[in-house]
Every structure is written in structure tokens, then in C-alpha cells.
Design a protein around this ligand. Structure first.
Ligand SMILES: [Fe+2]
Length: 197
């Protein structure tokens, strides 16, 4: 009898423990790096080309410092946004855009964890004495159920940052490898996800 009561109590404890898990949508725990603020928008600029090739390596044999850009697309609730298009474009090391082809241009689709990865070149600066652009990358991010995000990314070690009126420190990539090649830059885009109606 005592054994039976103990078994019933153990079984009940197990059910109570398992109860809150039943019928709930699995929500991933927030990561310590999660930033719930949407990524700031920036201008598209004059050098966007639509319908870029879907590819990870954008270099096309061009000379320059190789830059790997990795990151995730996350919702403001810090959940991965899978199936988002990340369309990246940048100028070459001399500050020149390929406006007739697709050099240093391409798009990727985020995986189930919201991740993307590009190999491109560290962009140069461009402009003149009255208008200077510090090195930057342009990007458009469009996820299922998210508004289109157009923005730019910046690098912290650039003296021209303070002379570029578009520069925004909230858009700095995090450089993980400074000495070893290739240079690895990390950035997570945060976008509002509209509720499915
Ligand atoms: Fe630009």
C-alpha cells in the first residue's frame, strides 16, 4: 500500500512538472546579446541594383581585404527570423560601385536560426572635401511578415566616421578577428514582426 501511494505521488509530481510545458509554443530563451530595439533605418543611396544573385561570396576576384560578414535576423522579441532576404552591396577598396554588373552585390536567405553569411571586401571611402562617406556596407533586409529594412553598416576603426553625417554608432559591426585573415564582422539585424492576422 505504501509502495502504491509512493508511486502515485511520484507520477503526480511528474505530471505537475510536465504540465506547464503542454500546449505551449516553444520559445527560445533570449540570448545575452539580444537587443530588442529595431535596427535603425538609413537611406538607400544612389547605387542600389535590384535582383542581385543569390550567393554568399560577392568578391568576383576583386583585389582588397576580405571581409566575412555574419549575423542573424531577429525579431524585436529576440526570436530568429527564418527565410528573410538579406541583400548586401558595397563599393570596392577604391570606393567604386559596380553599377553595371553585380560585383560586391548579392543576397542570402536566413536559415532556421535566422543566420546569414557573406564574403565580401572591406569597402573604401568615397566623396570629396564637402561630402565624405566613411567605409560602409549597404543592406536591405526583408523577412516574412516584416517591413523592409534599408540600412548601412559601419566600422569602428575608421577616422572618417566623425566626418560622415550618416554615421550611426548603433550600426557598427563587431569585429571578431583583427589580425587573422579574413576579418570577421558580426551584426544582428532586429526587425519588428507583424502578427499574422
Ligand atoms: Fe555607399
Amino acid at each position: 500500500m505504501l509502495k502504491l501511494r509512493r508511486k502515485i505521488l511520484q507520477a503526480s509530481a511528474g505530471l505537475v512538472f510536465a504540465g506547464p510545458m503542454l500546449g505551449q509554443r516553444q520559445v527560445l530563451a533570449q540570448t545575452p546579446e539580444c537587443n530588442p530595439n529595431p535596427t535603425p533605418r538609413q537611406i538607400e543611396g544612389p547605387y542600389y541594383t535590384p535582383q542581385t544573385p543569390r550567393r554568399s561570396n560577392l568578391i568576383d576576384g576583386l583585389p582588397g581585404e576580405i571581409l566575412v560578414l555574419e549575423g542573424r535576423v531577429l525579431s524585436t522579441a529576440c526570436q530568429p527570423v527564418a527565410g528573410a532576404i538579406v541583400d548586401l552591396w558595397g563599393c570596392d577598396a577604391q570606393g567604386v560601385y559596380d553599377n553595371t554588373g553585380f560585383k560586391l552585390r548579392g543576397n542570402q536567405i536566413t536559415d532556421a536560426q535566422g543566420r546569414f553569411r557573406f564574403e565580401t571586401l572591406m569597402p573604401g571611402s568615397y566623396g570629396n572635401s564637402s561630402f565624405q562617406r566613411t567605409p560602409h556596407l549597404h543592406v536591405k533586409v526583408q523577412g516574412p511578415g516584416t517591413p523592409l529594412l534599408t540600412t548601412q553598416l559601419y566600422f569602428s576603426d575608421q577616422p572618417l566616421n566623425q566626418h560622415d553625417s550618416f554615421f550611426n554608432p548603433a550600426l557598427l559591426v563587431k569585429i571578431e578577428q583583427k589580425v587573422q585573415q579574413p576579418k570577421l564582422a558580426l551584426f544582428d539585424f532586429v526587425v519588428p514582426v507583424q502578427a499574422k492576422g
